[in-house]
Design a protein around this ligand. Structure first.
Ligand code: ACO
Length: 484
C-alpha cells in the first residue's frame, strides 16, 4: 500500500523517477573475449583422411582448420571459461553486471539454462540480481541475446549496470558431407553505454519456418541437415534482411509503416539509386560463417543486390545486363549470377571481409559465436586507429530460420580490446592434431551423449591452463566442473 500512497502524492515515486531517467547513450560493446578448444585439425589432412578429392574442403568449401572438443568440454564448461576470462582480462567487477544473456544451440538440458550455471561466477560476491536467460535458434541465438541485453540497457528497467552476453557452440556433424564444416568456439561480450563499438539502431530482419538444419533427435548431438536447402536459405534470408534494412534506411521514419518493408519476393526490386544504402556505405562487412566459401558467396550476393537496385553504377559496367531480367527466385540458384559477382567482389572480399575470417579459418563454424568471432577477428587484424569512425555491418543467420542485418559504428578506440583479447597469438598456439585423434574425440562424445553417471575419459592435457572442464556427471545428471 506504500506504493499507492507514493504514486498519488505530489512528490514523484521512485517508479516515476526511474521511468523518466535519461536514456544511456552509445550502447554497444565495451569489451569482448573469445574461447576455443586447444586442438584443431587441418582440412587438408581431412581431405586425405576422408579420401575425397584434393581441394574439396580447402577450395570447394574454403576451409582451413577446424577446432574440436572431446567429452571433457561441454557448453557449460566453455561458458564458464570464456565469461570468467572476460571478467579477468578486463578487470570486471562481478557486482557491476545486471544482466547476462546466453545464445547457444548446444543443448544439454531441456529445462535448466546455461545462464544458471554461469551464476556460479557471481556467487562469491553475492550478486544474484542478474536478469536474462538462454536464447535458442541455431546460429542466431547470440544475436537474440545481444538484442536482449541491449534492449534492457536502453529500457526503462535498466538499473545502471552493464550486461554480458555469452554465445558459443560445439558444432559437430555425423560422418558425411557436412563433417568438414564443424568446429567449436565461444565469445563473451560486455555490453554497456558509452561504448567504443556502438550498435546502430536500424535492423533488417527476416524470419521464416524452414526445415534446412534442425536438431529434433534429442538422443544425438548431430543435426538433421538438408545441406542444399540450408545454403539457399542463408542466401534468401540475407537478401530479405538486407532489403528490409535498406528499405528502412531509405524511408527513414516512414519505416514504421509496414508497407515500406518489402516482402522477400521483392528483395531485388528496383529502388531510387541515390537513396539506397549499399555495401559502399559499409567499411567492413562481417558475416555469419558456416564455412569460408559461404561468406565469399554471401558477400558476392549482397553486391548482386546492390546491382539490382543500382545497375548503372560504374562498378557494374561489365556485368551482363541480362541478369536484370532473371525473375528473383531464379537468381537464387543461378550459377552464372554467383560466378559473375564472386569474380567482381574478389579483391573487395580480400581487403574488407577477409580480416574478419581469422577465427573462422582456425576454428571452423562456431555456430552462435561465428559472427562475433568475425568481429573479434576484425578488431584483432585492423589497427584501432584505422577502425576509428568506420562502420561495420553484421549479418546474423540461424537455420530454421532467423536472420538480421544491422550495423555497428566504431566511435572510440578499440585497440585496448584487441590487445587484451590477444586473439591472433592464441589462435596460432592451438595444437594441430591428427584426424585420427579428432575422430576419437568425436566418438567419445557420440557414445556418451546423455550418459549418467559418467566419468569423462578425455585427457586433461588437452584443456588450456585455467579453462574449466567437466569433471564428472553423477547419477542425477548433475555436472561438476573444475579448472585446469
Ligand atoms: N576442388 C575444388 N572444389 C571442389 C572439389 C575439388 N576437388 N570438389 C568439390 N568442389 C566444390 C564443388 O564444386 C562445390 O562448389 P560450389 O558450392 O561452388 O558449387 C563445393 O566444393 C561443395 O561441394 P558439394 O559437393 O556441393 O559439397 P557437399 O555435398 O559436401 O555439401 C554442404 C556442402 C551442403 C555445405 C555440406 O557441407 C553441408 O550440409 N553443410 C552443413 C550445413 C551448412 O553449413 N549450411 C550453411 C548454412 S547453415 C549453418 O550455418 C549451419
Amino acid at each position: 500500500m506504500a506504493i499507492e500512497a507514493a504514486s498519488t502524492s505530489a512528490a514523484p515515486s521512485v517508479f516515476d523517477v526511474q521511468a523518466e531517467r535519461p536514456r544511456p547513450k552509445d550502447v554497444g560493446i565495451l569489451a569482448m573475449d573469445m574461447y576455443f578448444p586447444k586442438r584443431c585439425i587441418s582440412e587438408e589432412d581431412l581431405e586425405v583422411y576422408d579420401g575425397v578429392a584434393k581441394g574439396k574442403y580447402t577450395i570447394g568449401l574454403g576451409q582451413s582448420y577446424m577446432a574440436f572438443a572431446d567429452d571433457r568440454e561441454d557448453i557449460n564448461s566453455i561458458a564458464l571459461t570464456v565469461v570468467s576470462s572476460l571478467m579477468k582480462r578486463f578487470d570486471i567487477d562481478p557486482r557491476s553486471i545486471g544482466r547476462l544473456d546466453v545464445g547457444t544451440e548446444t543443448i544439454i538440458d531441456k529445462s535448466k539454462s546455461v545462464k544458471t550455471v554461469l551464476m556460479d561466477l557471481f556467487k562469491e560476491c553475492g550478486n544474484h540480481d542478474i536478469e536474462g536467460l538462454d536464447s535458442k535458434n541455431a546460429c542466431y541465438g547470440s544475436t537474440a541475446a545481444v538484442q536482449n541485453a541491449t534492449n534492457w540497457i536502453e529500457s526503462r528497467s535498466w538499473d545502471g549496470r552493464n550486461a554480458i552476453v555469452f554465445a558459443g557452440d560445439i558444432a559437430v556433424y555425423a560422418e558425411g558431407g557436412a563433417r568438414p564444416v564443424g568446429g567449436a568456439g565461444a565469445c563473451a561480450i560486455l555490453i554497456g553505454p558509452n561504448a567504443p563499438l556502438v550498435f546502430e539502431p536500424i535492423h533488417g530482419t527476416y524470419m521464416a519456418n524452414t526445415y534446412d538444419f534442425y536438431k529434433p533427435n534429442l538422443t544425438s548431438e548431430y543435426p538433421t541437415v538438408d545441406g542444399p536447402l540450408s545454403v539457399s536459405t542463408y542466401i534468401q534470408a540475407m537478401d530479405a534482411a538486407y532489403s528490409s534494412f535498406r528499405s528502412k534506411v531509405a524511408s527513414g521514419t516512414k519505416a514504421l509503416n509496414p508497407s515500406a518493408i518489402p516482402s522477400s519476393t521483392e528483395s531485388g526490386k528496383k529502388v531510387d539509386e541515390k537513396s539506397v544504402f549499399s555495401l559502399a556505405d559499409v567499411d567492413y562487412p562481417v558475416y555469419h560463417s558456416p564455412y569460408g566459401k559461404q561468406v565469399q558467396k554471401g558477400h558476392a550476393r549482397l553486391l548482386f543486390m546492390d546491382y539490382l537496385s543500382a545497375p548503372s553504377k560504374p562498378e557494374f559496367a561489365n556485368i551482363d545486363a541480362g541478369f536484370l531480367d532473371i525473375p528473383y527466385p531464379k537468381t537464387l540458384g543461378s550459377k552464372e549470377v554467383e560466378k559473375a559477382f564472386m569474380a567482381l567482389s574478389k579483391s573487395d572480399y580480400a581487403s574488407r571481409v577477409a580480416p574478419s575470417m581469422r577465427c573462422a579459418s582456425r576454428c571452423g563454424n562456431m555456430y552462435t559465436a561465428s559472427l562475433y568471432g568475425g568481429l573479434a577477428s576484425l578488431l584483432s587484424t585492423v589497427d584501432g586507429e584505422t577502425l576509428k569512425g568506420k562502420r561495420i555491418s553484421m549479418f546474423a543467420f540461424g537455420s530454421g530460420c532467423a536472420s538480421t542485418f544491422w550495423t555497428i559504428r566504431v566511435k572510440g578506440d578499440v585497440s585496448e580490446i584487441a590487445k587484451k583479447m590477444d586473439l591472433l597469438k592464441r589462435l596460432e598456439s592451438m595444437e594441430v592434431v591428427s584426424c585420427d585423434e579428432y575422430t576419437k574425440g568425436l566418438q567419445l562424445r557420440e557414445e556418451n551423449h546423455n550418459a549418467a553417471p559418467y566419468q569423462p575419459q578425455g585427457d586433461i592435457k588437452n584443456i588450456w591452463p585455467g579453462a574449466f572442464y567437466l569433471d564428472n556427471i553423477d547419477s542425477m545428471f548433475r555436472r561438476k566442473y573444475i579448472q585446469a
